[in-house]
Design a protein around this ligand. Structure first.
Ligand SMILES: C[S@@+](CC[C@H](N)C(=O)[O-])C[C@H]1O[C@@H](n2cnc3c(N)ncnc32)[C@H](O)[C@@H]1O
Length: 301
């Protein structure tokens, strides 16, 4: 079993931003803490025992931080990055053009991502298309980063394809959207797989890191399925997650996720999730939710 106790202390928290090297130039939606964590995990935690996989790499920012981390460690293992690799004009203007990509017509993101990831090209394989249609052979995965969890259906598909390749006692799942109020199914899936995975670290804003404790077999994948769950089942799983997150002092976030499910009955698509109203019916977790919202306001100030 690789040691994970250290991850609770966020050993990446004080890394100077310049340590991320050329990865800093690659556009990303990640926070600075998350970027530091990705770099640190690839440099100090990963050993090369398996591949690194980035599900939802957008223009390449997350992938670049993994690649730069392993380069710093003197390794050159395979990093597989998955995305549709399409982009809107608004996102091009926000993320690509300021990074030096010349303005262009159309929705393609694969060409720009290749260009931005050129410094690490030998170790990175880009896999364009819907993640639900991707396949994975039995190559072990040491570090699995998940940032394409916009629907409960995609969560289930990612688990089915990639989780069986995770190494018990030797892999981490980095759930970038675990605390995101628009994707409560991420925490639901992890809670329902609690016999197989355990939260061991946090990088603000929303990333929670899980260690894999047992082989993620068919029973585990079935246990974690979340697309057909009722709201009541979702909430029951989030109550369990609140307890699981207590050692990381994150239980209040689970209360906020419960409020988000209550405010969005039956919704399983992130872009249809409405923000939680401060006056919404909060149910029995009301006091915890108040604390959660106070904490979230403080973190995002
Ligand atoms: C929040 S962004 C990822 C940000 C990225 N990790 C970074 O460092 O900036 C989510 C990405 O997931 C991709 N995505 C979401 N659902 C997907 C799916 N079902 N198949 C393929 N890509 C998907 C989107 O295209 C988008 O680029």
């Amino acid at each position: 079993m690789k040691p994970t106790a250290l991850l609770k202390e966020a050993p990446w928290a004080d890394l100077p931003p310049r340590r991320t090297g050329r990865a800093r130039a690659v556009p990303t939606m990640l926070s600075l803490d998350e970027r530091r964590a990705y770099l640190w995990l690839a440099e100090h935690w990963a050993t090369g025992e398996g591949a690194m996989v980035d599900l939802g790499c957008f223009a390449g920012g997350s992938t670049a931080h993994l690649a730069e981390g392993q380069r710093r460690a003197g390794r050159s293992g395979a990093i597989h990055a998955y995305d549709r690799f399409t982009i809107s004009e608004a996102l091009k203007e926000k993320h690509l053009y300021p990074a030096g990509i010349a303005p262009y017509e159309g929705e393609d993101l694969l060409g720009p991502a290749r260009q931005l990831l050129a410094p690490w090209t030998d170790s990175i394989a880009l896999h364009p298309g819907a993640i639900e249609e991707q396949v994975w052979d039995s190559t072990p995965i040491e570090l699995l980063v998940m940032d394409a969890s916009k629907t409960a259906r995609t969560m289930d598909a990612m688990a089915k394809t990639f989780f069986p390749a995770l190494i018990p006692g030797g892999s981490l799942i980095v759930q970038q959207d675990l605390l995101h109020l628009k994707t409560p199914w991420v925490a639901v899936q992890m809670a329902r797989m609690r016999k197989w995975v355990r939260p061991v670290g946090h990088a603000p804003r929303d990333t929670v890191i899980f260690e894999v404790t047992r082989p993620l077999d068919e029973v585990a994948i079935t246990a974690g399925r979340c697309r057909d769950l009722s709201d009541r089942e979702m909430i029951a799983a989030l109550e369990i997650m609140a307890d699981q997150l207590a050692p990381l002092s994150l239980s209040e976030h689970a209360a906020a996720l419960i409020a988000s499910v209550r405010a969005n009955p039956g919704v399983r698509l992130a872009w249809q999730m409405q923000p939680v109203s401060p006056n919404a019916e909060r149910g029995p977790e009301g006091p915890r939710l108040n604390k959660a919202l106070t904490l979230l306001r403080r973190l995002t100030r």
